[in-house]
Design a protein around this ligand. Sequence first.
Ligand SMILES: Cc1cc2nc3c(=O)[nH]c(=O)nc-3n(C[C@H](O)[C@H](O)[C@H](O)COP(=O)(O)OP(=O)(O)OC[C@H]3O[C@@H](n4cnc5c(N)ncnc54)[C@H](O)[C@@H]3O)c2cc1C
Length: 440
Amino acid sequence: MTDGVVILGGGASGTLTAVALSALPDVGPLTLVDGAGAFARGVAYSTEEPRHLLNVPAGRMSALPDQPSHLLEWLAVRGETPDPEAFLQRRLYGAYLGELLGATGSRVQQVVDHAVALAPDGPGLRVDLAGRPSLRARAAVLALGNFPPELPPGWTALPSRLAWRTPWASPEDWPAPEAEVLLLGAGLTAVDVVLSLLARGHRGRIHLLSRRGLLPATHPPRMLAAVPLGPRTPRLRALLRMFRETARREDSRAVLDTLRPELGALWRGLTHPEQRRFLRHLRPWFDVVRHRLPPEVGARIGALEAEGRLVRHAGRVVSIAEQDGRVALRYRPRRARTLAVLAVDVAVPTTGPAMDVRALDDPLVRSLLDSGQARPGPHGLGFATAADGAVLGPLRDRLWTLGGLRRGDLWEATAIPEIRMQAREVAEALAGQLRTAGAG
Ligand SMILES: Cc1cc2nc3c(=O)[nH]c(=O)nc-3n(C[C@H](O)[C@H](O)[C@H](O)COP(=O)(O)OP(=O)(O)OC[C@H]3O[C@@H](n4cnc5c(N)ncnc54)[C@H](O)[C@@H]3O)c2cc1C
C-alpha cells in the first residue's frame, strides 16, 4: 500500500525516473517494482559477461542529463580510467546505475513482483501484482523496457533446450561446445550471444540468419566529427536522397551521428505512410549504421567469419521442426525461389525486443489496452503518449511512461542519452501534476 508513486519496471528507465523523483518535493513514497528483481540493471546491464560491452562510448553514457561528466567522474573515483571514448563493460555500467539507485536510500522501496494490471481507483490507481496484494498509488510510471523477442510460428512446439524462448538463457541451457547453433537475427543481441558462446569455449559453427544477412556496423576507434548535411526537407524520399548523397563523400556513420539529435523530429515530421515505408524497407539498413559494435567486438566477429566459424545467411524463416533430436529450420533465401534447410543442435531467437504492443501477450500491456486505459502509439510501437510522457487516455493525469513504450512517438527512445532526458521530464511533469491535484 502506498499513497505515492509506483514505478513499474526497475531497469535503467525505472531507476532513473526513481532517482529524478527522489530529488523532488511532495511526491510521497516511491515504490519501484521489478518482476525480475533486476533493479538498476534491467535487461541490458544485468549481464555478468565481461565481453559484453556498452555500444555507446563512456563520454555519452552519463545517467544524469545535467551532468554530462558524471559517469567519467564516477570512474575516476573508483580508480578506473575515465576515457570518454572507451566502451565500458556493461556490468560496470550496471554497478554505476546500482550506486545511483542505492544513493536514494530508503526513499525508494524495491518490490520484486510482476505487475499484471492497472486500473483507476478513486483519484489514484490500483496496481495488481502477480504474487502479493495490490498497491495503491496517486500516480504510476510504466518503465517496462525490452519485451522478449517475437517467436516465429511453430517455435514453441519444440522443447526449449532446442529452441530457446529468449536470448538470455540460464547457464544450464548452454549448448555443448561443439554444437552447431543457429541465431535468428543478426543484430546486437546476436553478437551478445556469440560472445557468450565464445566465453564458454564454444567450438561449433554458429549460423546467423536474418532477412538481409547484414551485421551491425562497427564504431570507429575515435568518435567521428560532425559532417555538413544538405537541407532536411521533411519528406522520406528527400531525406533518403540527402543521406545517400552525403554518404557518397562522407562516412555514413558520421552522417547518421550528425543527424542523430534531429531523428525524433524528422520521424514525427513524416506522414504515417512514410513512417510505415521506412519501417518496412529502410529500417534494417538504418539499424545497421545506427546500432554499432565496439571496434574490438567488430574485429572479433570479422575474424570468426573469416575462419568460417560464423556463417551468415539472408532469408526468411518458413518453418521450424524437431528432427532426430535436432532442429530443422526451413527458410527462403533472399531473392531465391527454392527453400533451403539448416540443421542445427540449438536455435536461439535474437531478433531483438518485440516492439508491437498489439501483438504482445504481456498481461499488463494486454490489460491496459483491453480496458482502454492506453491505446497503441503509431504503428503499434508502444503507447500513444503526450509530449511529457503521459499515457493518452482516461488516466492521462496519473499514468506516465518512458523508454521503449514511446518508440512510436519519439522513434529514438531507448538508449541512455534519450532515457535520462525522458526520466527527468516524466518526473517533473508527474510532480507538477501531483502538486496541482494537491492544491485543488
Ligand atoms: C543487450 C542490450 C544492450 C544495450 N546496450 C546499450 C548501451 O550500450 N547503451 C545504451 O545507451 N543503450 C543500450 N541498450 C538500450 C537499453 O535498452 C537501454 O539503455 C536501457 O537499458 C533500457 O532500460 P529499460 O529500463 O527501459 O528496459 P529494461 O532493461 O528492459 O528494463 C525493464 C525492466 O522492467 C521489468 N518489467 C517489465 N515488465 C514488468 C512488469 N509487468 N512488472 C514488473 N516489472 C516489469 C523487467 O523485468 C526489466 O527489469 C541496450 C539494450 C540491450 C537489450
